[in-house]
Design a protein around this ligand. Structure first.
Ligand SMILES: Nc1nc2c(ncn2[C@@H]2O[C@H](COP(=O)(O)OP(=O)(O)OP(=O)(O)O)[C@@H](O)[C@H]2O)c(=O)[nH]1
Ligand SMILES: C=C(OP(=O)(O)O)C(=O)O
Length: 210
């Protein structure tokens, strides 16, 4: 099965507010963009991924991510993360109704294409499936096979909410790069230890020089 990934991204000036202790206002937007660039580049390099749609209203991010090969979908509902994902999945399926779609967070700077391929291969066995984040409370990926609505419930305690919604939790070892989202300075250190993509590596080096 080949997947279309739907990746949501807040306007960069507002993104990653919980990183404010580790990265000040002058650096954080560039860091958030770098996370998204490394996430999108790794996703597009994954053999199971047909294409990537990024739902964002950010002009700079739209330009940079479309240069990597992503399609940009405006965040028309402007009603938060889950509305953006529902809109993104609908937009994808209005062009190709039988698409397998998966929502993936834009803050996975250590994402490895082979680990993403393992997650998507397992997800293909279920109508809806999800992967818990490294902290064990959130979600980094939610999938919907052809013919099934995504029904995203991202946000606080999304692991429990996705489970309660009937999505199957994927029980996989050795997919740390798909689980490691970056919300805090500790998360950033964990991602750097796994090995981040080139955009984040450049921005992290800038941060260390400050
Ligand atoms: N398009 C869109 N994406 C969103 C919205 N809210 C969150 N996201 C994205 O959803 C993903 C998961 O969100 P979070 O991990 O909470 O990221 P964040 O909102 O930048 O982080 P904080 O500001 O610290 O809460 C990230 O890729 C965000 O950019 C939204 O309203 N619209
Ligand atoms: C939106 C989510 O991410 P975070 O916990 O990183 O805000 C989530 O896990 O559902």
């Amino acid at each position: 099965m080949h997947w279309t990934l739907v990746i949501p991204l807040k306007p960069l000036a507002l993104a990653k507010s919980r990183l404010s202790q580790a990265a000040d206002d002058a650096v954080r937007p560039a860091l958030a963009l770098a996370f998204a660039q490394d996430t999108v580049a790794a996703a597009l390099a994954c053999a199971q991924v047909r294409d990537v749609a990024v739902v964002t209203d950010d002009v700079l991010a739209g330009r940079e991510l479309s240069a990597l090969g992503a399609r940009i979908v405006p965040d028309a509902p402007a009603a938060g993360l889950n509305a953006a994902l529902t809109h993104g999945a609908r937009t994808v399926r209005s062009a190709r109704p039988g698409s397998a779609v998966a929502a993936l967070n834009a803050d996975l700077p250590a994402l490895r294409p082979r680990e993403l391929a393992r997650v998507l291969t397992d997800a293909a066995a279920f109508p809806r499936a999800f992967l818990a984040d490294a902290a064990g409370v959130g979600t980094t990926l939610l999938s919907a096979a052809p013919g099934h609505a995504l029904l995203p419930a991202f946000g606080p305690d999304s692991r429990a909410r996705h489970r309660a919604s009937g999505a199957v939790e994927l029980d996989l070892d050795a997919v740390d790069s798909v689980r490691q989202d970056v919300d805090t300075g500790d998360d950033l250190r964990a991602a750097l230890a796994l090995g981040v993509g080139p955009h984040t590596a450049r921005q992290a080096a800038r941060l260390l020089r400050q």
